[in-house]
Each structure stands twice: as structure tokens, then as C-alpha cells.
Design a protein around this ligand. Structure first.
Ligand code: SUG
Length: 442
């Protein structure tokens, strides 16, 4: 007998070396912020404020601490060995891009960390996680193994959870995790349909940027998750969307529960895909899928990409009502703000409340509210088993805020990355933030 699922959120704590390297493939915000100075402290505090809001609305919230940076082992693999001050200098002189990648805080966007299927959905009844290999970006491939280990630590007390290896790191299997996956489900969240979204290869259909998720990867992730093939659908992103800066599906579509919101330009063969999805959803769950299609006459692709409407985080509050956590940029974009207000005013629309969050540092790198969190559906008994040391509650938040305010750089200029004292500062801050969970005796 299934005991019902509930959604938990796992956010990546933004790291002390958060900066603007211009490294995100097909990511217009990342490219236009390139080499500007950043504020790691403000970035992390913004991320914590979002976690606090989500937890206060009734969604159990966890965090993953930052990964060690600079990644000395990765630099060594690239041929930069020896005295650390010399390594930094040589790498910076040889290729600032490589040094930026070695310092990357892109692990903060945990929507890219993995794809998850709850135990209710898998053929062997285990909660399954496939960490994403992230191999289409120079700076992100290094996250895969370390994030996989952190997720495994988080889920270690849950005996029927399996964290699998990422898919092999080759371009044909490039995988960017939950940002390209939507799980639509019935009211108690135990019957679901999975939609995997992929992009085309460079050179196909006049692509300006490579689709960061391959179809091959989407299909293999579904297979590794042991989902019933009959519960899965595979949608292709349009070249128009990818060329306009839609580097992940969560930049142009979002879902929660039995609600799907997507832009008219999101998918190839959109009408037939959505019709088949509605039919499958009904057959699988007995419920009707609620679909909101946003027309380009309401919000253009360009506005969708700059305000990040679709990267808003949809959650159910403790009374079960849906709330939308939007980037503050959605309030400033007239057409987007008008559309959101029309949803709130419409009694038949399940979204009842909106919150505008300032996440400017993450947004300037192409990461909105939904990018910063990985959703997992767990049963009530699995929830009881999860450890509390990474739980975001009042005590945890106070400790994290204190450590971030004390140890994170207030400002980071790109040239700082080449200095040994700066690298030491970052390493120290990462250690401090990691020690909070390990020293937690609650
Ligand atoms: O992979 N930006 C990230 C943003 C990821 C957003 N995630 C989701 N949409 N789910 C990326 O492009 C920029 C890093 C830099 O330029 O320094 C970056 O990696």
C-alpha cells in the first residue's frame, strides 16, 4: 500500500566563488554578464532568502553545501601542477576561461544536478536518482560526481533509494538533469506521467546553440530510472526557442502537480504533443491535466527569457494551494506582470498567490528560482528518515547566514581568481559552510 508522496526541495547553496565567467552555452544572461564583478555574499544570501520563503510556505527544504573550489584536482588533470600560486598564474595567463571554470559555482543550480523518480513510479519500487553528467559545458562536467555523492549522503538513511552513476560523459549522452524533465501527477502524487525534453544537435534546423540535452540522454535517463516506458513522453525543444536563449526546458515551460504551463514556442509539434500528453495523463491518473499555453502575443520569447517567467517556482503551500515564486524581473516586465495577475484573478486558475524574489546575482548568470532547486517526491515514511543536518529550518538558516556573512567575499573581480590569497579565502569559506552540517548535533 503506497503512503502518498510529497514534494521536498533541495537547493544548492551558492558558493563563495560565484562569478561571471560567461561560460553558459546558449545562456544569454551568462554571456552578457561576462567578466563583470559579482557579489558572492549577496548571491548566497539571496539564495537563502528563497529557501526560507519556500520552507515557510510548508515545503520541506534541504540544501547542499558548496563544492570545493578552486578545483585543484581538475586543474592538475589539465596539466597545471606544482606550487599553487604558480598554478593559478600559469592557468590565468594560458586561459582565463579554464581558471574561471575551476572556480565555478555553477553547482548552485541543482535543477541540473540530477533527474529523480519517486519509488511510486519505478518498476522496482526504489526512489531513483540519475546525477546529470553536464558534459556539454566546460565548467559544469566537474560537478557530476561530487553532487552525486552529496545526494547519496542526503538519501543514505532511505534504504529504498538508489543514486545511480551519471550517464557516460560523452556529447551523444549530454544530460542536464531535472531542468529538462517534468513529472505531472494526480492529487496524492502517486500516479504520474514523465515528460523528457531534449534539444537538437548543432547544425540541425539552423541551430545557433547546441541543444544541451540530447534525445539519447533523455531516453537513457528514463531507462535508468526504471520508469514504465508507457508513462514517458519525449518532447523536442524548438530551434527558435534554443536560438533565443532557451538553454533548458525550465526556461520556457514549468509544471507542478497536474498543471503544465508552457510557451507557444517551446516544443516542436506542440499541439499534437500536448494532446497526447493530456490523453496519457487522463488514462494514467484518472484526472484531467490543466494546461496553460502562453502565447507569444502575451509574452514574447525574448521577454520570457529576460524575465524568466517559466523559471518561477510553483509550489503547493501547507493548505494545498498553489503559489508562484517569480524572479523580481517578472514584476518589472509589464506583459509578464499582467499575465501573472490575470492568473491570480482567475478563480479557475490553480495559482492563488505570487511572490517576487530578488535573485539578481543568480539571474545575471541565467539562474532563476526554479534553477536553484531540485524537486524530489518522497513518501511520508521516507521523509521521516531523512537526516536533519542539511534541513533548512530556523536554526540552520541562522548558522548559514552567519557563516556566509562572515566568510564570503563581498565583491569578486575576475582578476582575483589568479591570486593565491583569494583561492585560500574561497577554500576556507567552503570548508566553513561544509562544517556546519557535519558539526550539527541536533
Ligand atoms: O548552466 N549558468 C548556468 C545556469 C543554469 C540554470 N539552470 C537551469 N535553467 N535549470 C548554466 O548555463 C553561468 C556560469 C558563468 O558564466 O560563470 C552558468 O553556468
Amino acid at each position: 500500500m503506497l503512503d502518498g508522496n510529497m514534494e521536498i526541495n533541495v537547493d544548492g547553496l551558492i558558493g563563495p566563488s560565484h562569478h561571471f565567467g560567461g561560460l553558459g552555452v546558449g545562456n544569454l544572461a551568462s554571456q552578457s554578464s561576462r567578466l563583470q564583478s559579482s557579489s558572492p555574499r549577496a548571491a548566497a544570501l539571496e539564495g537563502l532568502a528563497k529557501m526560507e520563503l519556500v520552507a515557510s510556505l510548508g515545503v520541506p527544504q534541504w540544501y547542499l553545501p558548496p563544492l570545493p573550489r578552486p578545483n585543484w584536482g581538475w586543474l592538475e588533470q589539465l596539466g597545471f601542477a606544482g606550487e599553487r600560486s604558480d598554478v593559478l598564474k600559469r592557468c590565468f595567463d594560458f586561459s582565463p576561461v579554464l581558471l574561471s571554470a575551476a572556480y565555478s559555482s555553477a553547482f548552485m543550480w541543482t535543477a541540473n544536478a540530477a533527474t529523480v523518480a519517486p519509488s511510486s513510479d519505478t518498476l522496482d519500487g526504489t526512489l531513483r536518482v540519475v546525477p546529470a553528467n553536464l558534459c556539454s559545458n566546460l565548467h559544469r562536467g566537474q560537478e557530476a560526481a561530487a553532487r552525486g555523492e552529496q545526494i547519496a549522503t542526503l538519501l543514505a538513511p532511505v534504504s529504498n533509494a538508489k543514486v545511480l552513476p551519471p550517464l557516460p560523459s560523452v556529447m551523444a549522452l549530454r544530460d542536464e538533469g531535472a531542468a529538462n524533465h517534468m513529472r505531472l501527477c494526480n492529487i496524492d502524487r502517486t500516479r504520474a506521467v514523465h515528460v523528457f525534453v531534449y534539444g537538437a544537435d548543432l547544425g540541425n534546423n539552423g541551430m545557433r546553440f547546441i541543444g544541451r540535452q540530447s534525445e539519447f540522454a533523455s531516453r537513457q535517463v528514463a531507462c535508468a530510472l526504471q520508469l514504465d516506458p508507457q508513462d514517458c513522453m519525449f518532447f523536442q525543444q524548438t530551434a527558435t526557442a534554443i536560438n533565443a536563449g532557451v538553454f533548458h526546458n525550465d526556461v520556457i515551460a514549468t509544471s507542478h502537480h497536474n498543471l503544465l504551463i508552457y510557451h507557444e514556442d517551446a516544443f516542436e509539434k506542440s499541439s499534437s504533443c500536448i494532446a497526447s500528453l493530456q490523453e496519457l495523463f487522463h488514462r494514467r491518473t484518472g484526472d484531467d491535466l490543466k494546461v496553460i499555453q502562453v502565447l507569444r502575443s502575451e509574452v514574447s520569447l525574448q521577454e520570457a527569457v529576460s524575465a524568466y517567467l517559466f523559471n518561477s517556482q510553483l509550489i503547493s503551500n501547507s493548505s494545498g494551494a498553489m503559489e508562484l515564486i517569480c524572479p523580481a524581473q517578472c514584476r518589472d516586465a509589464t506583459s509578464v506582470a499582467r499575465l501573472i495577475q490575470s492568473w491570480i484573478d482567475d478563480a479557475s486558475n490553480p495559482v492563488e498567490q505570487v511572490h517576487f524574489m530578488q535573485l539578481n546575482e543568480s539571474m545575471a548568470n541565467g539562474g532563476g528560482p526554479a534553477c536553484l532547486r531540485l524537486r524530489m517526491d518522497v513518501t511520508k515514511s521516507q521523509l521521516q528518515l531523512l537526516g536533519t543536518q542539511y534541513r533548512v529550518d530556523a536554526v540552520g538558516l541562522m548558522r548559514l547566514r552567519e557563516a556566509v556573512s562572515r566568510t564570503y567575499p563581498e565583491r569578486l573581480h575576475f582578476e582575483d581568481l589568479a591570486r593565491l590569497d583569494f583561492a585560500n579565502h574561497i577554500e576556507h569559506a567552503v570548508k566553513e559552510l561544509n562544517s556546519i552540517a557535519s558539526n550539527d548535533s541536533r
